[in-house]
Design a protein around this ligand. Structure first.
Ligand code: BES
Ligand code: MN
Ligand code: ZN
Length: 512
C-alpha cells in the first residue's frame, strides 16, 4: 500500500525519486501551476518554456517527464496537466486535482518516493490530492510474477510495484485539519482499493464462501459485527431468491450481515450489495463476448463491504448495516430453469423467465431482510443491467428511488465525491410488463427501459414506508479501457466514495 506523508514546503532539498508539479493550459501555451515555484527557480524560471519545447500543453492528466535541473535533490520532475488555467478568483477544482495526482501516481509505478507539489489552496485540495494519488497508484499484481516465473526472471522483470510513498507538499503534519484530511483520504482510498481488489480477484478464487470469509476477517479487525448465513441457514430462513440463483453452482451462496454501530448514532443506514461472484447467465447462458468480465458482478457487494469498513475506520457516528447477497450464477443440472417459480424471503413468488436476471432475485431477499430492521434508509448497489450501460455509458451510474428528495441528495453527494451519476425514474407503467400468469411477479419485463424495470422489481421488496434508493453501477464498476486520471483498468471501486459521503452526511444529520 502506498504511504502518505505531509510536508509544508522545501521540495527542492527533499530527497525523493521525483517531484510532481502541475502545468495548466494557458491562452499562449503551458503555464507552470502554483506549487511549482521552487522547481521553476531551479529551471531558471524556464519550466513552462521547457515544457512547451517538449510538446506539453497542460491538458488534463497529460504527463511529461523531465530531468531535474539546478540544485533539486530529486533526479526527475513530472509535470502533470491540470487543464485550463482557472478564472480569476477561482482555484483548481477537487476533481481536477484528484485526476492529476492520480495520473502522476500511476506514471510513477516502480518508484519509491515522490513529492507532490501541486496547487494547494484549501484543506479540500489536500484531501483531493491525497485521494487521487493513492487511488492512482493502485495496481492489481497479485496474480503476476508467480514463483516459477520469478525464479527465471531477470532483475527488473515482473510486475512493477505501486509508488511507495507520496510526500504531499503544502500540507502541515501538525495542523489538525490537514492531518484529518490526509487520514480521511487514506482510509477512503484504501477502502476503494479494497473494493477494487475484490472485483479484480478471479472468480475461481473469490466465491461466495471466500468472500464471506474475507468479510468476517475484516470485520474482526475493524470492530464490525459479522454474521454469515450459509446455504443451510438460507434454506431454513426461506431465502428463495438467493438460493434459487446459487443452486446451479458448486460454490453455494451466502448472505453476509455487517453491523457497524456507534454509541452516539442517531440514524441507521442499511446498504445492500449485489454479490454475484460470477454471472454466467445461468441456463439463459450469456454468449461469448458477454461473460469475460462477469467476475465484476459482485462490485455492489464489494462497495458495501468497503463502505462499512471505511465508516468503522473513520469512527462515523452513524449505524450502518451492510448486506452482501453472495451467489454464483451457473448453469447445471441443479440450476434454476427459465419457468421455475421461486418463493422469496418476503413470501412473494417470482417466475424466473430469464436466469440472467439474477441480481434482482438475490437483492430482493436482502432488501426484505434489511427492511425488517427498520433502518432510516436503504441504499442498494448493483451491477444490475446492461440497459443502464446503454442509457448512461461506462462512467455514470443511475440512481432510482422511491423518494425524489433522497434521489436528488444522492446525486449531489455523488457529485461532491467525484463520482458521475444521474437520476433515473421508476415509471409505474413498466410494472405490468412483469405480470406473470403463474406467480406474483416475473423477473423480467419489457426490454425497453430495462434498467428501470429492474428498479421497479426491487421496489416491491422494500418494506412499506422505508426510504430506499438503488444505484445501478453496471457501467462504471469495471473499466475496460485505458486507465485515466485515478481510474485503473478493471475494478474501479465505483460508489464507495459516494456511500461513505452519504454515511458522513447522515451522521452529521444533514439528511431527513
Ligand atoms: N450482471 C448483468 C448486468 C451487467 C451487464 C453488468 C453489463 C455489467 C455489465 C445482469 O445480471 C444481467 O445479466 N442483466 C440482464 C437482465 C435481462 C436478462 C433482463 C441484462 O441487462 O441483459
Ligand atoms: Mn445476469
Ligand atoms: Zn448479473
Amino acid at each position: 500500500m502506498t504511504a502518505l506523508t505531509l510536508k509544508p514546503a522545501g521540495v527542492a532539498t527533499l530527497r525523493a525519486d521525483a517531484i510532481v508539479v502541475g502545468v495548466a493550459k494557458g491562452a499562449k501555451g503551458p503555464v507552470a501551476a502554483p506549487g511549482s515555484e521552487a522547481v521553476d527557480t531551479a529551471f531558471d524560471g524556464k519550466l513552462a518554456a521547457v515544457l512547451e519545447t517538449l510538446g506539453a500543453s497542460g491538458g488534463e492528466s497529460e504527463v511529461t517527464k523531465l530531468p531535474a535541473q539546478g540544485d533539486l535533490k530529486a533526479p526527475v520532475v513530472i509535470a502533470v496537466g491540470l487543464g485550463p488555467v482557472p478564472d480569476k478568483d477561482e482555484t483548481y477544482g477537487a476533481e481536477t486535482l484528484r485526476r492529476a495526482a492520480g495520473a502522476a501516481a500511476r506514471a510513477l509505478s516502480g518508484v519509491k518516493k515522490a513529492a507532490f507539489a501541486l496547487p494547494v489552496e484549501t484543506v479540500q485540495d489536500i484531501e483531493a490530492i491525497a485521494e487521487g494519488a493513492l487511488l492512482g497508484a493502485y495496481a492489481f499484481t497479485a496474480y503476476q510474477g508467480g514463483e516459477r516465473n520469478a525464479k527465471n526472471a531477470k532483475k527488473g522483470e515482473g510486475p512493477k510495484q505501486p509508488l511507495g510513498e507520496v510526500v504531499l507538499v503544502g500540507a502541515k503534519p501538525r495542523d489538525k485539519a490537514h492531518k484529518r484530511a490526509a487520514e480521511r483520504a487514506i482510509a477512503l482510498a484504501e477502502e476503494v482499493n479494497r473494493a477494487r481488489d475484490l472485483v479484480n480477484t478471479p472468480p475461481n478464487d473469490l466465491t461466495p464462501e471466500s468472500f464471506a470469509a474475507v468479510a468476517t476477517a475484516a470485520g474482526k479487525e475493524n470492530g464490525i459485527k459479522v454474521q454469515v448465513l450459509d446455504e443451510k441457514a438460507l434454506a431454513k430462513g426461506g431465502y428463495g431468491g438467493i438460493l434459487g440463483v446459487g443452486q446451479g453452482s458448486a460454490n453455494p451462496p451466502r448472505l453476509v450481515k455487517l453491523a457497524y454501530t456507534h454509541p452516539d448514532a442517531q440514524k441507521t443506514l442499511a446498504l445492500v450489495g449485489k454479490g454475484i461472484t460470477y454471472d454466467s447467465g445461468g441456463i439463459s447462458l450469456k454468449p461469448a463476448g458477454h461473460n469475460e468480465t462477469m467476475k465484476c458482478d459482485m462490485s455492489g457487494a464489494a462497495a458495501v463491504f468497503a463502505t462499512v469498513v471505511a465508516a468503522a475506520r473513520l469512527g462515523l457516528p452513524v449505524n450502518i448495516t451492510g448486506w452482501l447477497a453472495l451467489a454464483e450464477n451457473m448453469p447445471s443440472g441443479t440450476a434454476t430453469r427459465p419457468g421455475d417459480v421461486l418463493r422469496m424471503y418476503s413470501g412473494k413468488t417470482v417466475e424466473v423467465l430469464n436466469t440472467d436476471a439474477e441480481g434482482r432475485l438475490v437483492l430482493a431477499d436482502a432488501l426484505t431482510r434489511a427492511s425488517e430492521e427498520n433502518p432510516d434508509a436503504i441504499v442498494d448497489v448493483a451491477t444490475l443491467t446492461g440497459a443502464m450501460v446503454l442509457a448512461l455509458g461506462n462512467r455514470t451510474f443511475g440512481i432510482m428511488s422511491n423518494d425524489d428528495a433522497f434521489r436528488t441528495s444522492l446525486h449531489e453527494i455523488a457529485e461532491e465525491a467525484g463520482e458521475a451519476s444521474w437520476p433515473m425514474p421508476l415509471p409505474a407503467d413498466l410494472r405490468k410488463g412483469m405480470d406473470s400468469p403463474t406467480a406474483d411477479i416475473a423477473n423480467m419485463g419489457e426490454r425497453m427501459g430495462g434498467g428501470l424495470v429492474a428498479g421497479l422489481f426491487l421496489k416491491e421488496f422494500v418494506g412499506e414506508g422505508i426510504t430506499w434508493a438503488h444505484l445501478d453501477i453496471a457501467g462504471p464498476a469495471f473499466h475496460e479501457g485505458a486507465p485515466y486520471g485515478y481510474t485503473p483498468k478493471g475494478g474501479t471501486g465505483s460508489s464507495v466514495r459516494t456511500l461513505v459521503r452519504l454515511a458522513e452526511r447522515t451522521a452529521a444529520g444533514d439528511l431527513g
